[in-house]
Design a protein. Structure first.
Ligand code: THU
Length: 149
């Protein structure tokens, strides 16, 4: 990823927080998913009065990208914190989002946690979700499954 692409990615995640619908937790999360062709997909968390249907920012970005025909991704940036304030800490992706990303992204996929454009914590999906259950886990005789095609 070039420096310019990374800057776009970080800014996109920070800006996506503005659209978070968070009347219950007041915890606004923005995500930006970078497809391998360079396209950026923003996402925010969308809460629900029944709580359970709430969707995290990362899955909003992922499902938007898949719905628009993308399945190959290089990185995601995530920025989260109290609504109306800049992030005060690094917001890690929840376990469900780690699993959702593992459907399409390998262990080298980059996960950038963002406090500000100058404060970034870098991980890989392999670090955050070791020994993941992936499409390859279901495949017979080690064949790669459909999702990475
Ligand atoms: N949330 C995300 O959107 N992404 C994360 O990585 C962690 C949690 C959301 C879900 C809920 O709307 C709010 O943050 C508080 O849990």
């Amino acid at each position: 990823m070039t420096r310019e692409t990374e800057e776009r990615l970080l800014r996109c995640a920070l800006e996506a927080r503005a659209n978070a619908y968070v009347p219950y937790s007041h915890w606004a999360v923005g995500a930006a998913l970078l497809a391998q062709d360079g396209t950026l997909f923003p996402g925010c968390n969308v809460e629900n009065t029944a709580y359970g249907p709430t969707n995290c920012a990362e899955r909003t970005a992922l499902f938007s990208a898949v719905a628009q025909g993308k399945r190959r991704f290089a990185a995601i940036a995530i920025a989260g914190g109290r609504q109306g304030e800049p992030p005060a800490s690094f917001c890690p992706p929840c376990g469900v989002c780690r699993q959702a990303l593992a459907e399409f992204c390998g262990p080298e996929f980059e996960v950038l946690l963002v406090k500000s454009e100058g404060e970034v914590r870098r991980h890989t999906l392999g670090e955050l979700l070791p020994f993941a259950f992936t499409p390859a886990s279901l495949a017979e005789e080690g064949d790669a499954a459909h999702a990475h095609v």
